[in-house]
Design a binder for this molecule. Structure first.
Ligand SMILES: Cc1ncc(COP(=O)(O)O)c(C=O)c1O
Length: 408
């Protein structure tokens, strides 16, 4: 048999099956209560609005261009809509600064490709979005832990990168309601990060996939908005902002976007021409129809449901979890992050949990670039109703309490 590994490029050796993808298969088993998938609840999709949008497209003169090839930058009216939407949170830009991608996951792949030569360093939070690590891995980088409390000097980052045979290229993070922790980065830390990026002369990749899903607390300006305010305009910024319609409208259409200074946009356009020419024309048009007719109402609808589920999960954790466990109290997004006592292993717990309690979650280790912190769990509240959340956390609390007793 052919030894494929011998002829695959070295970059392929870091492409591994994601634990999350494997776990998503569990969602098909009806008797499992799943807190595993970080996906929107399909019951909340604006399906009627999409039906109308596609029907309008097909019954208008636009149908020819909707089914045709289109420009790599993306559908202009959609880019105009996005420029108006991000202006509301202080990201003052032109539609030319907006580039449409096939989901924001594609933006992560392109940005990895654009910045990372083999052995370069990407700074990431510990933990970080697993899909970002998967996207960047193909470009053979090293990872270093991005410290958001300013306790590492620029030299420390630089020296570590040089020892690993490359340079620091960017810091990647989600400032609001991150996947996996649900946490928000405060204003002071955002400002400190901008100062660090200046000193290191690197880009900041701000992943804003959950931007619209704030349930309470004060909104903090995105890093991109702070960068624009500091430098008096988007063309002088070093932040690259990625957003998505996956969490608000529907992920199946695969429409996301990047907002950045023109030199970055021009490179991304060239990359898209080489990769897939453009994102689906008709889906971009449909997204623009649905967004311009009722985005705010759709966001209000999903926020009302998800915030109740977040509350239910926090209440159930308070009620059923042993005192030695801790967890985040997110102001938005889809995730709560649980930390168990040292020495416990989330993956072992998951195997037991599925077998005996029929509850799924994601072991936290996969979200650490160095595979550490096995005692953490990511719990998503987006797809379970309040009664299921209570029941699932009750079962999990029982399992964890007995595992802690057994280890004592
Ligand atoms: C933080 C974060 N970024 C990006 C993505 C990719 O989403 P999409 O490609 O659907 O826009 C996800 C999906 O879960 C995510 O959680």
């Amino acid at each position: 048999m052919l030894d494929w590994e011998q002829i695959f490029a070295t970059r392929s050796s870091r492409m591994r099956a994601s634990e999350i993808r494997e776990l998503l298969k569990l969602l098909d088993q009806p008797d499992i209560i799943s807190f595993a998938g970080g996906i929107p609840d399909p019951a909340l999709f604006p399906d009627v609005a999409f039906k109308e949008a596609y029907s309008d497209i097909f019954s208008s003169a636009q149908v020819g261009s909707a089914l045709q090839y289109s420009v790599s930058e993306g559908y202009k009216p959609l880019r105009e809509w996005i420029a108006r939407d991000v202006a509301k949170i202080g990201i003052d830009c032109t539609p030319d600064n907006v580039f449409i991608t096939s989901g924001s996951q594609q933006a992560l792949d392109y940005l990895g490709k654009l910045f990372l030569s083999p052995n370069d360093t990407a700074l990431v939070t510990w933990p970080t979005y697993l899909g970002a690590l998967s996207a960047f891995n193909a470009y053979e980088p090293n990872y270093d832990q991005l410290s958001l409390n300013g306790n590492r000097t620029p030299e420390a980052y630089r020296d570590t990168a040089a020892k690993n045979g490359g340079a620091v290229k960017f810091a990647y993070l989600s400032a609001d309601f991150s996947n996996p922790t649900g946490e928000t980065i405060d204003l002071a830390a955002r400002e400190k990060l901008l100062a660090l990026a200046d000193e290191l002369d690197i880009a900041i990749l701000e992943d804003a996939a959950y931007q619209h899903l704030r349930y309470d607390g004060e909104a903090i300006p995105p890093i991109m908005a702070l960068d624009i305010a500091r430098r008096g305009g988007i063309e002088n910024t070093r932040t690259i902002y990625s957003g998505s319609f996956s969490k608000t409208l529907a992920p199946g259409l695969r429409v996301g976007f990047v907002v950045a200074a023109m030199p970055v946009i021009r490179k991304l356009v060239l990359m898209k021409q080489a990769a897939d020419l453009h994102s689906s024309t008709i889906n971009q048009i449909a997204i623009e129809h649905v967004a311009s007719r009722g985005f705010d109402a759709q966001v209000a609808k999903i926020k009302a449901v998800y915030s109740k589920r977040r509350d239910a999960m926090l209440a159930a954790l308070d009620k059923y979890m042993p005192k030695t466990a801790t967890w985040t109290r997110p102001e938005g997004g889809m995730f709560v992050w649980v930390t168990l006592p040292e020495g416990m292993d989330g993956a072992e717990l998951l195997a037991k949990s599925i077998a005996t309690e029929k509850v799924a979650f994601v072991p936290g280790k996969a979200f650490y670039a160095d595979g550490s912190n096995a005692n953490t769990l990511r719990m998503s509240f987006s797809c379970a109703d309040e009664a299921m959340i209570d029941e699932g956390i009750k079962r999990l609390g029982r399992l964890i309490s007995s595992a802690i007793r057994a280890a004592a």
